[in-house]
Design a protein around this ligand. Structure first.
Ligand code: NAD
Length: 452
């Protein structure tokens, strides 16, 4: 099939390379000329494991091309994917300006009937708005708009796209259903995971999925705080409840809060959608509030261990991306910590295997004045640190050399924002350990006081 993908970000690029990999001809377009220039040279502007190999092979085969003009990109397209951003507006609403701009720009270039697919996460009714715009501006040409929300996870996006749990296609149009089924059939060969529903139900399904996952995380974070009250280790509770098949082991890890480009903005968008309908979603309000509290937990814990005044102290951070496997720092918990530490006058020494450049761009002033240093390797950032905070659980942090860490740090405080470590083991290595919802061991405070 002849496909055009508009927007070469985390979703658009993965969509494009995966459809090209299945033998389709895909042309991608992005308003960011720098991105397109990189992509033409086979360089991915985003980090996603495995994407560059697929990029190279599909560019080489001639099935995948990149351009910056919509006119050329959609000229022969049977299917046009809109995969542009839907960031949070100031009032929390999903800002659909980029989608509507694409809808307005398309008609003059589409002289043949096409299927326009809204892949971006957008409020209920957005696909219908796109259909109205196209109907108004496409004299005599009937385009069909489909909602096909994306469920990939950054860090494992290619696998998710190639082996999806389900593919949601929102359209009542039988012809569009047939084409979309044919397009996705190679991805679901062992059994059909394609679900058809109305456009509005498809849009709602995407929000409901993210809201449910965010709820699981916030629930577990609340349980962690509750466990703290009773000196119970939430990790034992997690394993205990996860074994129940009705609950399961996924997404029930206590930690320093969820971030990324989806959950925070999508929850805010849902609350805004509810507001617009004159209704409320108290569960989601609580999910959002708990997550805010959770993101502040790391800084508060540092203050309770090191004292309220952190001026002049050095805090090492391991992990800056919102989760392992990505360079995405949108709404990352690390940013809440960094901003609090900068405001408190502390010095930061941080390491992330992939996301450091994005953080450097974001906090250029702090990097310039030396308050934020980004290290090339994890141990270098521990020099003379008064604490180490694990924020993102990259695999390389799982089994570190605790003796070396201890020898480098000024004070042996380890704040484990992802409950990665065995508290007893870390304590035996000479550290004071603090996890999320894990009872502090009394002697640890003495260790810290002696060292301080
Ligand atoms: P992104 O910011 O990484 O990419 C969006 C791209 O669209 C950018 O490259 C931007 O330059 C381009 N763009 C904007 N306006 C354009 C225009 N008029 N013409 C051409 N290109 C234009 O965003 P993303 O993370 O890929 O997310 C895209 C959508 O998918 C969002 O709605 C998001 O909520 C949803 N989503 C994201 C993920 C994820 O993990 N990132 C997962 C599922 C769904």
């Amino acid at each position: 099939m002849q496909i055009c993908v508009i927007g070469c970000g985390y979703v658009g690029l993965v969509t494009a390379v995966c459809f090209a990999e299945m033998g389709n001809r895909v042309t991608c377009v992005d308003s960011n000329a720098e991105r397109i220039a990189l992509l033409k040279r086979g360089i991915s502007p985003i980090f996603e494991p495995g994407i560059e190999a697929l990029l190279h092979s599909n560019i080489a085969s001639g099935r995948l091309t990149f351009g910056s003009t919509l006119a050329a990109a959609v000229k022969e397209a049977e299917i046009v994917f809109i995969a542009v951003g839907t960031p949070s507006a100031a009032d929390g609403a999903a800002d659909v300006t980029q989608i509507l701009a694409v809808a307005q720009a398309l008609p003059p270039h589409l002289s043949h009937p096409a299927i326009i697919v809204c892949k971006s996460t957008a409020p209920v009714g957005t696909a219908c708005r796109v259909q109205s715009i196209l109907d108004e501006r496409s004299a005599g040409v009937q385009h069909r708009v489909v909602s096909n929300p994306e469920f990939l996870k950054e860090g494992d996006a290619l696998n998710d796209f190639m082996r999806p749990d389900r593919i949601i296609i929102g359209t009542d149009d039988k012809g569009a259903q047939r084409v979309m089924h044919q397009l996705y059939e190679p991805f679901v060969r062992n059994h059909d995971r394609i679900m058809f529903m109305s456009r509005r139900a498809a849009e709602m399904t995407k929000y409901a999925a993210n809201a449910f996952l965010a709820t699981k995380i916030s629930f577990m974070n609340e349980m962690a705080a509750f466990c703290d009250e009773f000196a119970v280790d939430v990790e034992q509770v997690r394993k205990g409840i996860g074994a129940d098949q009705r609950i399961g082991h996924h997404f029930i890890y206590a930690g320093c809060g969820y971030g990324g480009s989806c959950f925070p903005k999508d929850i805010r968008a849902m609350l805004h959608m509810a507001d617009g309908q004159g209704t409320r979603m108290p569960i989601l309000e609580a999910v959002e509030a708990r997550n805010q509290t959770q993101k502040e937990w790391l800084f508060r814990s540092l203050q309770s261990s090191l004292g309220q005044d952190l001026r002049g102290l050095t805090v090492a951070i391991w992990g800056l991306a919102f989760k392992p496997g990505t360079d995405d720092i949108r709404d990352a918990p690390s940013r809440v910590l960094i901003e609090s530490l900068l405001a408190a006058g502390a010095r930061i020494q941080a390491f992330d295997p992939i996301a450091a450049d994005n953080i450097a761009r974001c906090y250029a002033m702090a990097v310039d004045n030396g308050q934020l240093k980004l290290g090339e390797e994890p141990y270098a950032v521990l020099n003379n640190a008064d604490a180490l905070v694990l924020v993102t659980e990259w695999k390389q942090f799982r089994q570190p050399d605790f003796a070396l860490m201890r020898s480098l740090m000024r004070r042996p405080l380890l704040l484990d924002g992802r409950n990665q470590y065995d508290p007893q083991m870390v304590e035996r290595a000479g550290f004071a350990y603090q996890g999320v919802g894990r009872p502090a061991i009394r002697t640890q405070l003495a260790v810290l006081r002696r060292a301080g």
